[in-house]
Structures are given as structure tokens and as C-alpha cells.
Design a protein around this ligand. Structure first.
Ligand code: FA5
Length: 337
């Protein structure tokens, strides 16, 4: 009997050792220790051993065998469990590190790239870069640009005002610039003509974000003031820019429009190689009143100005469907450009 018990124990121990999973092990335990298992069946036979000493010895062997099998099963379960948990963790592991390229140094944002390329193209056409503040006075942003108080065109710019009253000024006279056009005034007031400048920068409007609008966006302004400047110079500059920036397959056109600070005024569109037209921005001959506000004599000096949205331009160049995509900072979007 004792030999049978030892054999059953060894068989159980071997099966435990080779069990490949916790489920296998459960089956092995059931087969050997369970109610109908090998050891249980032998245990039932203990009562039929006639000799008390032999029965006692067989009982002790049975006890030791079950203890050995249980202990071995517990150990194996622990190590199989650890291995399975490790395997499951490895299997279910999510790569939360979005930045996958070790050593990648990143790059400039799509709008910054467009901004810098625009500067490069205009520098190549002989322009220099001018700047102005983002927090502006009502005078530079509107008044000097021929939009006096109550001018209906002011309503087209949903203006964000700054809670600041300058010395000698009045409430509501400080604002976030609604366009880059005030840089025209600042440049004329500080530079002697001839003036050939572009002024890229951030502008602000109380616009609700949608596929083509942001409340904070970017424009680039162009201003030329010289002697004998005409609308032809404006059209020629726009055309040279269009070809340099978009490629030789692109062309441009001017359409009559209205801005208080230019006369005549135009919208300019570009034509893509597929023949479709896209509106890019506004332009025109600088209004004599604006030349005067810049401290210059409109009898002596004439000029043209233009302004367009850098964000819209980046959207067009890269075929981005929604302008907001450029500002949610999803690395999967940003990485593409
Ligand atoms: C102006 O801001 C004029 N200052 C442009 C100008 C300059 C005309 C010099 C004449 C001479 P407008 O409001 O149309 O014009 O804006 C110019 C461009 O800015 C638009 O064509 C568009 O490309 C861009 N833009 C306007 N609003 C938004 C917005 N909310 N989000 C993104 N881009 C915008």
C-alpha cells in the first residue's frame, strides 16, 4: 500500500512539475487530490488494511504524500501565476509614449514654418521685416487707418479690448490688434521712405473658432511707400510672390473690394494649377489719409499695402481640412509637417 501511495505521489509531483499553465495545474490537482483522484481512491482503501501498524504507517504515508503534493502544487501555482501575469502584462501593454523616434529633436510648427518661408520669399523680393506690438492703441489700429470712431468698418473687426487706461487716454482705447495693418502706421512714423517692408505677426479677434477661423491667428502685412508707385507695382509684386511661394504653376488676380485704409482696394486670389481660385487677402493703394497719418505728404509719396492670413495660407499649402487642427497640438498631426 505504501508503495502504491509513493507511486501515486511521484506521479502527481511529476504532473505538477510539467503543468504548463494554472489551468493545467488545476486539472492535475483535481486528478490526484480530488474526490475521485488517485490519492483519494487509495485513501478509501486504507480502512481495509487489517494490520493496525501497517494501516497507521500507510495513513502517515498518505498524509505526507498529500502534504507533499499540495505544497508542490502551491509552489508551481505561484510561479505559473507570476509567469502568466507577466505574459499578460507584456501582451496588454499599451505604448503610451507617443514620441517613438529615439533621438528625434522635433521641428518648427507648421505655422512658424509658413511664417519663416514668407519672410524668406519677401526678403528675396527686396523687402525687410518690420514689427509692431500686439497690444495696440485704438489710434494705430483704427483711427490712423481711416476708421474714425463710429466708422462702420470697425464693426467688421470683433475687437478684444484691454483693461488699461493710458495716461491722458480713455477707457477702451487699448486693444489687442485686430490686424497687422497698424504696423503700416508705426513704420511710416519711424522710417524714412522709400519703405519696402513686410510685418508678420499675431492678431486677435472675437471670432468663434470654426474650420476657417481662430480667435488668435497670424497675418503678414506688406507696405511699400515710394515715389510714383502704382497699382501695377502692386499686381506685379503679388504675382512675383505667388510664383515664388507657391510655384511657377500658380498665378494671381486682383478683384475690386473695399478697405477704408486703401483706395482703390482689392482682394487678391491665387489660381492653382488645376484652375481653381482661392481668396488669399486684401490689398490696395495706401489711402492718402493713411499716408498723412504716417507723417508723410501724399502729394509726394504713394504706396501700396497688402495683408493676408498666414494660418489660412498654411492650411491651403498643406491641404489641411480644418484650421483648428493646427492648434490642438496632437503630435500625430504635427509630426506630418
Ligand atoms: C484685414 O485684416 C486687412 N487689414 C487686410 C489688408 C491689409 C487689406 C492691407 C488692405 C491692405 P481681413 O479682415 O479680410 O482684412 O483679413 C485678412 C485675412 O486674414 C483674411 O483674408 C484671412 O486670410 C485672415 N483671417 C481673417 N480672420 C481670420 C480668422 N478668424 N482666423 C484665421 N484667419 C483669418
Amino acid at each position: 500500500m505504501t508503495q502504491d501511495i509513493d507511486r501515486a505521489r511521484d506521479a502527481a509531483l511529476e504532473a505538477i512539475r510539467t503543468a504548463g499553465s494554472v489551468a493545467d495545474l488545476d486539472q492535475v490537482v483535481a486528478d490526484h487530490l480530488g474526490k475521485r483522484g488517485t490519492l483519494a481512491t487509495l485513501k478509501k482503501g486504507l480502512g481495509s488494511i487489517g494490520d493496525p501498524d501497517e494501516r497507521k504507517q500507510a495513513g502517515a504515508s498518505m498524509h505526507a504524500a498529500r502534504a507533499a503534493v499540495e505544497e508542490a502544487a502551491d509552489e508551481r501555482r505561484a510561479s505559473l501565476g507570476d509567469a502568466e501575469i507577466d505574459a499578460r502584462i507584456a501582451d496588454e501593454r499599451l505604448d503610451l509614449t507617443e514620441h517613438r523616434h529615439a533621438g528625434s529633436r522635433g521641428h518648427l510648427h507648421i505655422v512658424t514654418q509658413a511664417w519663416e518661408r514668407l519672410e524668406d520669399v519677401f526678403l528675396g523680393l527686396g523687402f525687410s521685416v518690420a514689427e509692431g506690438p500686439e497690444v495696440e492703441t485704438d489710434w494705430h489700429n483704427f483711427e490712423a487707418l481711416n476708421m474714425g470712431e463710429g466708422h462702420p468698418a470697425r464693426g467688421e473687426f470683433d475687437t478684444l479690448f484691454v483693461d488699461h487706461v493710458p495716461p491722458g487716454g480713455s477707457a477702451g482705447s487699448t486693444l489687442l490688434r485686430t490686424h497687422t495693418s497698424p504696423v503700416q502706421i508705426r513704420t511710416m512714423l519711424t522710417q524714412e521712405p522709400p519703405i519696402y517692408v513686410v510685418a508678420p505677426g499675431r492678431v486677435f479677434r472675437r471670432d468663434t473658432p470654426d474650420a476657417t477661423h481662430m480667435p488668435v491667428f497670424h497675418q503678414i502685412e506688406g507696405l511699400v511707400v515710394d515715389r510714383g508707385i502704382s497699382m501695377t507695382d502692386l499686381a506685379g509684386t503679388i504675382e512675383a510672390f505667388t510664383k515664388a511661394f507657391f510655384g511657377s504653376g500658380f498665378t494671381s488676380r486682383l478683384r475690386p473690394s473695399y478697405f477704408p485704409f486703401t483706395e482703390p482696394s482689392a482682394e487678391f486670389d491665387i489660381q492653382r494649377p488645376d484652375g481653381s481660385w482661392l481668396e488669399l487677402g486684401g490689398c490696395g493703394m495706401v489711402h492718402p489719409e493713411v499716408i498723412r497719418a504716417g507723417g508723410l505728404d501724399p502729394e509726394e509719396w504713394s504706396g501700396f499695402a497688402f495683408g493676408f492670413g498666414i494660418d489660412r495660407m498654411a492650411v491651403m499649402r498643406h491641404g489641411v481640412a480644418d484650421i483648428r487642427d493646427m492648434y490642438v497640438n496632437d503630435i500625430r498631426f504635427i509630426e506630418q509637417f
